[in-house]
Every structure is written in C-alpha cells, then in structure tokens.
Design a protein around this ligand. Sequence first.
Ligand code: F0G
Length: 478
Amino acid sequence: MSIAQNTETIAKLRCIGCGATPDSAGQDFRCAACGDLLEFFFPGWNLDSPASGQHPIASGAPGVPARLNGRDARSSTDPAALKSLWLSRRTSRDALDQSGVWRFRELLPHIPPEHAITLREGNTPLYHLPRCARAAGVENLHAKHQGMNPTASFKDTGMTFAASSAHQQEFRWVACASTGNTSASMAAYAARGNMHSLVLIPDGKISWGKLSQSLDYGALTCQLRTDFDGCVRILNELVRQKPVYLLNSVNPYRIEGQKTAAIELMEQLAWEPPDHIIVPGGNLGNSSAIGKALVEMRELKLISRLPKLSIIQAQGANPFYRSVREFGGKKLEPMTADTQATAIRIGNPASWKKALRVLQATGGEVEQVTEVEIAAAKAEIGADGIGCEPASAVTLAGLKKLRRSGFVKPGESVVLILTGHLLKDPDFTIKFHRGSLFAGMPDEPESAQAKYLQRAPIVLDADLGAVIAALDAAERNS
Ligand code: F0G
C-alpha cells in the first residue's frame, strides 16, 4: 500500500527509530527496515529564509481563503500572515474552513479537498477553572475541552484527517482497536465518508456511551474477550491479511490531525504559550501530537517558547511512568493494565517513544495518580460546571501532584487537555456520587477522602414539604 504517494512532496514520512524516509508505508504503518513508528516531516519548510521560494505555507489575502495547502496561492513563512489567514477562515462558509482541523491545513500534509470528511471538528472551548485552580493551588488554570467535539472526544481531530486519507486511497474498510473513543469517532467518520468500519473493543471494558455510538454509526462492532492490547495484536495481524485501513494512532495522519488542538489552543491564547500543558497518557498518541505541534510552531516562529508538556497516567496503567522513572526512558515494559478510567486502560502504548521525545523537547514531567485521585478530580472539574470523563480527570489529579512536588509553581499558567465528555461514562459518575464506585475494592479506605465531593440523588415522596426540607438542609450545609 502506498500511503504517501498522494501527499505533496512537502510532507514526507520518516522512521522515528532509524531515520529512514520511505516513500510509502505498509498497512501497519511501521518502518519496513526496523519496525519503529513513522511520522510526517516537512522538508519544504524553509525556516531560514522566510520570504523565499518553495514553501508550503499560504499567506493568501485575509478574507480570501487560500486553496488547500496554499497551492496556487502565494507562499510565505510569515507567521503573522498565517495567523491572519487562519483567523479570516473563521467567518468563511466553506466546510473545510469551518473545521477547527482543516482551518490549519498549511501545517498538515496535503489531502485533496474532495476527499475531506469533516463534521466541523475542533473549535473546542478554552474554559477558566476557578474552583479547580484553588484546589490545585495555582492562580491561572484553564481547560481545553476536547470533549466538545462532534463525537464528544479529542479523537475527532485526528480522525477527520486519517479517515480522509483512507477515502483518498479508496479503501472500502477502515478498522481500529479501541477503548471506546477511537471506535466511536472512526465509526462516525467512516459513515460520513461512505466507508465500512470494523471496531475491535475489549469485551465489558468500555463504557456504554461509547459502545452505543459505534453501534448507531453503523460499525461492525466486535467485542473481543481480551483487553485493549489484545485487540491491537489481532488488528495488526488482520491488516496484513485484509485490505482494511488501520485508523489507530500509529497512523501518522491521526497525529497530524490531532496537532491542530495545540495550534487552536495557541490561537485562543493570542499565541502566548502557557507555562504548562497537561495531558492524559494512554496509547500516547495525543501527547505525541500536541508536542509535535508545539515544536513545529516554535520552528515556524508562531510561538516564541515551548510550554512544558506533562503526561499523567493512572497508577494501574502506568507503563510509560515506569519507563521514564525506572528505566530513564530506555525501555518500556508492557504490563497488564487496570483502571476504572477505561479509556486509558492500556499496558503497551504504541507511541511511547514519540511521547518520550516530547517530554525531552519540552522539559515536561510524567506522573501517576490513584483511582481515588482520579474520581475526586473528576468531581471537582464537574463542580466547575465543565465535567469530563474519568481519563480526562487525571490531568487535574496530576497537576495537584506536580504542584506538591514543586514542578508547577503557584504563579505559573496551566492548561489541562480534557479529552472526553462527561456523558461518555455516566456509570462511573453515578457510582461515584452514590458512593459505590470503590465498594469492596482495595481503594475503599482511601475513597473516604473524596466523600465531601459526592452528591447522591435523594429519593423523596411527591410532597412539597419534603422538598422544602431538603432545600433548607442543603442551604444550611452550603
Ligand atoms: N482520554 C481519553 C478520553 C481517551 O479516550 C484516550 C485514549 C486517552 C485519554 C489517551 O490518549 O491514547 O492518545 O494517550 N483512547 C483510545 C481509544 C486509546 O481507543 O479511544 P492517548
């Protein structure tokens, strides 16, 4: 399969291990020489001579959308011209301009617009979190809520781009292994692009919200009696035998699309980077993508310095934390993962080497948090009127630890990346508030600390007096 043949020469594939630059990738998106992951790079970015020649970046006149990747448009590396072009697209009626991913297409490999499948993804809000800031001991805390995407998780930003690549290459079938969000997103984009989708998910270990999405969007959904890592193994075998297009985040198009979350974030911050960005770590595609975008934006002088990007894992699913802390990042020992934050229940993360590079490039930290810390942080984000799914809440729990260790200073600015919507996993939330989330588990004693955050529903007779008594009691306790 030729992956890169239709991309512009300006975007090339490179192996992150041996540095080989193949013209195309195999079905598994691994380097044919050494088996490591591939990434896109942009040799045409002439960073030293901003005004000169063959550059992929279109300046275009403000208000006049440039054609995809600026072909036939004037070329420039001028960061100001890029910023104004991207801003001008916000008032455009063009579907691609309205997407928070395709709006930044000058920094992405070329995919012809007729193949673009978009649900107007991206465009996610940046929220101030005042209560969480107080709880964490920082003054300036924001959350970029990627759960506000069309299928309610950050996966849509990568999926629009990688599904479009599948469409361009005329695949009938796309496939992924997933803890639930990738599959929901893939199923939606496949349906929009008239492709069939095959979902491999661990039986009983994904939330109903996510499973229901994949069913409704029409995927062939297989619940395998294994974990996420087992699903990945089977999928890797499958793509070698069947002409299905792999849409896990080893696919470098996914990473490119997911880069745009960081670009959009910088635009929202008027191109003034925060001191810290904190992301959850599962398969480690998202941290790799955000880090890649930060490094590229600095190279292109869109930002003047790099925020520190820190990655947080659940203690029961912490292979990357252990790799960095115990082995100095020299190796990663796969593990059997377990956490109630099922989205990040991953023991053998594919993109760990890419994520390690991001930590090193930005000077970020890696942390792990307990199940109770995750549940408490989730309720705190909820109490700020925002909410998120459990895996996203590791960011706030991790921030608290990074404050305690002194890595984050009280006066520094912090952005949490919230990856999924509160309604993705209502079971977790209801169990937490009813006090049954940790019943009979080793975490039960520790969970007493989070009791003050629980708001169990109250069952009453249909009686006005009973409701008034409940209201008065709540007022006294507030
Ligand atoms: N948060 C949520 C809500 C997720 O769904 C995932 C990953 C992550 C964080 C971790 O991101 O893998 O890029 O490090 N979910 C994948 C899935 C694995 O199949 O939906 P990562």
